[in-house]
Design a protein around this ligand. Sequence first.
Ligand SMILES: NC(=O)c1ccc[n+]([C@@H]2O[C@H](COP(=O)([O-])OP(=O)(O)OC[C@H]3O[C@@H](n4cnc5c(N)ncnc54)[C@H](OP(=O)(O)O)[C@@H]3O)[C@@H](O)[C@H]2O)c1
Length: 298
Amino acid sequence: MQIGFHSQTFYLGDWQQAWQARCPSWSLVNAQQVPIQTLEALLIWRPSQWDWRAAKQLKLVIGLGAGIHNLQQDLLLPPGVPLLRLQDAGMARAMCEYVHYGVLHFQRQFDRFARAQQQNRWLTELPYQYSQHTRVGLLGLGHLGTAVAEYLAKQGYQVSGWSRSPRQLAGVHCLHGLEQLEYFLSQQDILVNMLPHTAQTEGLLSRQRLQQLPRGAALISASRGAVLEQQALIGLLDSGQLRGALLDVFTQEPLAEADPLWRHPRVWITPHHSAPTLIEPAIDEILAILPRYLSGTS
Ligand SMILES: NC(=O)c1ccc[n+]([C@@H]2O[C@H](COP(=O)([O-])OP(=O)(O)OC[C@H]3O[C@@H](n4cnc5c(N)ncnc54)[C@H](OP(=O)(O)O)[C@@H]3O)[C@@H](O)[C@H]2O)c1
């Protein structure tokens, strides 16, 4: 059996090597170089424009990441073919590391030390800020948000989380629904965006909502850029209402060369790399899914 692979960003050769070691009986092939009618499953990420509707044997498409909002909009698939996303593929651990780095950055005041260094200034007067006095709020308590919230709670931070429906997590103060959002925001020293991009979450972090954070709060945005109004963020950083931001995701990616965020002294940028799909754990997850959808396999 051949499993089709199509991505503009992932290199097929890397995936084939790991795939062969785990599943020599099925081949992973370039989906654009085999007859489209033979494809039974398709692994896809950041696709080029391609019409898959002639793939009449297709039983399943798997997006090689956690966010498949764009794939849902862009892919032309035969009707009724399910589009699944990867649940973890190593991403939860990577996201915990990334957010912990960002939280430490602000808690241990590396932003202030970096500015002092620019001025050759020996800055000793900053008080030590305890992790147990640092309030961190996770917007979104799904697979990744929950992993990060529980991880930070174990490190001793005061962690709370906000989601659509009620949740209960050990060591995490959970709130939900739009009616609790303003109170949730007002309680955070560091806000972490872990929301997916949907019609409801687009622009959710507007100027008005960001202003509900306490003066001097910091933002870590690591899920999807469209949740955040970037212009509003810049204005609030300029006015000192917000202290700084660590941003991994943007409304437009790659971030345009002329974008003012690049040079903003209170912004730290990473190129959508907080939790990359890791090939080996991703293939393990895919191999656990495929038999449920493909006939004649077990
Ligand atoms: N930057 C990167 O490298 C990277 C890597 C992986 C993933 N991501 C992004 O991270 C996002 C989150 O991943 P995940 O696996 O945690 O997603 P998930 O399991 O789908 O969880 C989404 C969470 O957001 C909440 N939510 C969704 N819509 C909401 C709304 N309108 N109001 C309030 N809460 C809402 C959900 O609440 P309920 O539980 O109540 O439904 C849930 O808690 C992905 O969608 C992806 O875009 C980024």
